[in-house]
Every structure is written in C-alpha cells, then in structure tokens.
Design a protein around this ligand. Structure first.
Ligand SMILES: Nc1ncnc2c1ncn2[C@@H]1O[C@H](COP(=O)(O)OP(=O)(O)O)[C@@H](O)[C@H]1O
Ligand SMILES: [Mg+2]
Length: 259
C-alpha cells in the first residue's frame, strides 16, 4: 500500500517559484495498477519522483508498505529504493554496457550474491522476452527492446513497486501495446504494484484499474478507471475524453473514405 498525504513541492528558480505539487493525497492498494494522468506541466513527473525521493517534497508524508519514505536518512533510503523500480520514457540505459550488463549492474551495486547474478539476469530477461539479446548493446535494439531492458533492470532487485514515467511515450502504437501487455503480465505474475504516469488516455484505459487526474499540481479526480470514462468530472478529464473521441471520429472518417 502506498499512502501519499498532503505532499507539496515548489521549485525555486532565479525567475520565480513554481508550485509543482499542492497538497497531493493518494492511496494506492498493493498489487494495483494505478494510473496518473494530466496534461504536460501538471506535475506528474514531480509526483512520481517524490515517491522514491528522486525529488524531495517540501511537505507531506509518503508511506510505502508502512515505511515512511519521507523520514528516511540516506542509508535507509538507499535500501528502500531497491524495492522501488523505475522505468523512463528515454529508457536511461548504459550505452557502453550490453543488455546482460545493464540488468546485472543494479544487482552488483546492491551486493547481490555474485554466484546468483547470472541466473537472476537470465530469469528476468526470460520474463521480458529478451534472452536472444544478451550480448547486444542498446544501440543495436529497437525502442521496444530497449524498454524491455529498462523493465528488466527495474525488476532485477525484486521490487514491490514499479514506477513508470511515460514509459511508452517514445514508442509506436503496436510496441506500446506489447509493452503494456508485458507490464500487465508482470503485475499478475509478480503481484507488484505499478504506478504509471501517462498523458495518453488509451494507455490508462488499457492497463489501469484505478486512476487520479492531476491538474496544476492538484488531484482533481480519482477512482476506478471505468468511472472516469462514464462520468468524467474534472476539466482535464473531460478534455482528455474529447481528444480521444476526436481521434476515434477521425479514424472512422478515414475508414469511410477508403471504402
Ligand atoms: N527541476 C525543475 N526546476 C524548475 N521547475 C521544474 C523542474 N521540474 C519541473 N518543473 C516545473 O514544475 C511543473 C511540473 O512539472 P512536471 O512534474 O515535469 O510535469 P509533467 O510531468 O506533468 O509534465 C512544471 O511547471 C515544470 O516546468
Ligand atoms: Mg513528465
């Protein structure tokens, strides 16, 4: 269970102070796939980065499985972060390392037993469907394959939580679909909680059970995903549904024109 209570974050720049999060509160159940949606600049990345304190909140509390992330010192935080995997839009792989080495790296850093690293890496690469690319370098991989490496690396230390910040935004629709299916499969097989940030409504619809809408650093709506489609309440939610509807109408027009 993840509990976010009254979390605020302001960035201080030479020009102004930007209030990225304004008393955000959320509850995410263990094993859930929870989506956070919002337009660009709404504060999505700031929120997800506060969960593992890549960004320091100014105020508020974050509890993950009963442990107060916000109260931890550096050493406690380093240990806690092993149980919080993260994947990114730009994959963040080490280009000079092979697929195998990219996935082995977090294990080496965390002091995983040396004699078990090889079997662990192979196990996790089997899970993401990349056993045939063990010795390839990131530059030799497609976007979808790179993100599979990103997922494998994030899962290597057997985390309880996986954070995904726009992890499919750089991928084409088919690849996006395949990666979302993989995340669903991992959620089911490993029972881990997934917190997924997106600005694409179809991503949220495809994979999430529950969701929250972020608007100007505030949660303006949350609940089961179905509710959001049937009865959107916030301005952001309504706009997202309108945009999705517009796309669907356009593709219907195109189909019609082809006949
Ligand atoms: N490191 C930073 N320094 C200053 N302002 C930032 C920084 N990161 C984000 N911001 C600002 O905080 C707000 C929220 O940003 P972000 O969390 O990245 O939103 P999103 O991921 O929803 O696009 C934006 O106005 C953004 O410009
Ligand atoms: Mg972002």
């Amino acid at each position: 269970m993840i509990i976010v209570r009254d979390v605020s974050k302001t960035y201080v720049t030479p020009y102004d102070n930007i209030r990225a999060l304004n008393k955000v509160s959320l509850q995410i159940a263990r094993g859930d796939i929870f989506g956070i949606i919002g337009f660009s600049g709404a504060g999505k990345s700031t929120l997800i980065r506060c969960l593992n304190r890549l960004e320091e909140p100014d105020a508020g509390t974050i509890l993950i499985d009963g442990k107060d992330i916000t109260a931890m010192d550096k050493i406690q935080l380093r240990l806690a972060r092993r149980k919080i995997g993260m994947i990114f839009q730009q994959f963040n792989l080490l280009d000079a390392k092979t697929v195998y080495e990219n996935v082995a790296f977090p294990l080496e850093v965390s002091g995983y037993p040396r004699d078990r690293i090889k079997s662990r890496v192979e196990e996790i690469l089997t899970l993401v469907g990349l056993t045939n690319k063990l010795n390839a370098y990131p530059l030799q991989l497609s976007g979808g394959q790179k993100q599979r490496v990103g997922i494998a690396r994030a899962l290597s230390n057997e985390p309880a939580v996986l954070l995904s910040d726009e992890a499919t935004s750089a991928l084409d629709p088919q690849t996006t679909y395949a990666i979302l299916e993989l995340l669903k499969d991992i959620n089911k097989k490993l029972g881990l909680t997934i917190v997924l940030i997106t600005h694409a409504l179809d991503v949220l619809k495809h994979i999430c059970n529950n969701m929250a809408v972020l608007e100007d650093g505030k949660i303006v709506e949350q609940g089961p995903v179905e509710k959001f489609f049937v009865n959107p309440e916030s301005r952001t939610a309504k706009q997202f549904i309108d945009i999705l509807q517009g796309f669907q109408d356009k593709s219907l027009d195109r189909e019609g024109a082809g006949r």
